[in-house]
Design a protein around this ligand. Structure first.
Ligand SMILES: [Zn+2]
Length: 199
């Protein structure tokens, strides 16, 4: 299954590729054309989302995954959010992507496009730390809502506030490859919101 990965960096792409492959029990590969949301560039992500959603159709892919850290945005997503709730990144990203348009276009001989949205609260590092059993002392959903907290998440996960790519990869990938998907969904509402779209 080939997907467009609209994420913040290469480590995010690898983590989501592994998680999707495991959840769907099929090998997921990224489109050759790497797509990145600029880190901290929420407004830009909203602009790019519909372009990428349509490109997935044009390029004959199986779909696209859109992922960006919550970074303190409020409110955080709840299953009760029916229409797009202003301020909720998951709702706003999904609305901005306007996937109903490409979903309505013909794809002769191809299965329906799959679009997946993920907004880790407060950051992807939170998911990986929870999976590793880190004791957040009840603050997992809050830590990382400002830059100082996000530096702490990096320090805990990677041992370094400004890790290089190889350090990130070495720490993140083994966790993604082995984490208990259902157990993480129970302790992280934002992971559950991601996972529920895959079931
Ligand atoms: Zn929402």
């Amino acid at each position: 299954m080939k997907l467009a990965f609209c994420v913040e960096d290469d480590t995010d792409e690898e983590v989501f590729r592994v998680l999707l492959s495991r959840a769907w029990k099929t090998e997921v590969v990224p489109d050759e054309q790497p797509l990145r949301f600029p880190r901290g560039g929420w407004a830009k992500a909203l602009q790019l989302a519909p372009i990428i959603a349509k490109a997935a159709h044009r390029r004959g892919l199986d779909g696209a995954v859109f992922a960006i850290d919550n970074d303190g945005a409020a409110p955080t997503h709840l299953p009760s959010h029916q229409d797009a709730i202003p301020g909720c990144r998951l709702c706003e990203l999904r609305k901005a992507a306007r996937i109903q348009e490409p979903l309505s276009w013909d794809r002769p001989g191809l299965p329906p496009l799959r679009y997946v949205f993920a907004v880790p609260v407060q950051a992807l590092e939170t998911w990986l730390l929870l999976a590793r059993g880190h004791d957040f002392k009840g603050q997992a959903e809050y830590l990382g809502d400002e830059p100082n907290g996000r530096r702490k998440l990096k320090k805990w996960l990677y041992g370094d506030e400004t890790p290089d790519r190889e350090t990130m990869r070495r720490a993140a990938l083994p966790i993604a490859e082995t984490l208990d998907i259902e157990a993480l969904a129970k302790v992280s509402p934002s992971f559950e919101a991601f996972l529920s779209q895959l079931r």
